[in-house]
Design a protein around this ligand. Structure first.
Ligand code: ATP
Length: 141
């Protein structure tokens, strides 16, 4: 399935970096964060950026989250918010939901609620760097 439009929930280091890169690659990105400053910083870079609490169903409905091909929940510290936002995106019918996990247990909960892909940023990056270190000719991806 070709992904064209992304909604990113949480514009911390991970969410904002992901959003900027997707924009560079030519995709449409809606960024959502409850912190106005984070939204301000990215408002001229992302296609749209809104200040909102992603744990509120009505909020996600009103921003049209269900129309996006892919939703990325990039909230880490607040595990409850991460889980709620993930379930809401799934229930709204977002085709592919990806979520960041900060621990094994967090990842296991996300798996149980049917997330399509779980990202463990530090762990995944460690694996990637190990491969790059031993295969310097490997194309970066
Ligand atoms: P990173 O490592 O990517 O900087 P982090 O693991 O420290 O992130 P958090 O700081 O918990 O993760 O969350 C990332 C972003 O998600 C923050 O900018 C925060 O304001 C936002 N966020 C947290 N809860 C919500 C929520 N309920 N609705 C919208 N945004 C939220």
């Amino acid at each position: 399935m070709k992904m064209n439009q992304f909604v990113i929930i949480g514009l911390g280091r991970f969410g904002s970096s992901l959003g900027k890169e997707l924009i560079k690659l030519g995709y449409e990105v809606l960024g959502v964060d409850r912190d106005e400053e984070k939204v301000q910083e990215l408002s001229h870079i992302l296609t749209h950026a809104v200040v909102a609490d992603a744990t509120e169903e009505e909020v996600l409905r009103s921003i049209g989250a269900r129309n996006f091909d892919c939703g990325v929940v990039a909230i880490g510290d607040d595990i409850q918010a991460s889980i709620l936002a993930t379930i809401l995106l799934k229930d709204l019918g977002v085709k592919k939901v990806v979520a960041k996990a900060v621990s094994d247990l967090h990842g296991r909960v996300l798996e149980r609620i049917g997330v399509d892909r779980i990202i463990y940023p530090e762990r995944d990056m460690g694996v990637r760097v190990a491969h790059q270190l031993v295969s310097p000719n490997l194309l970066d991806y």
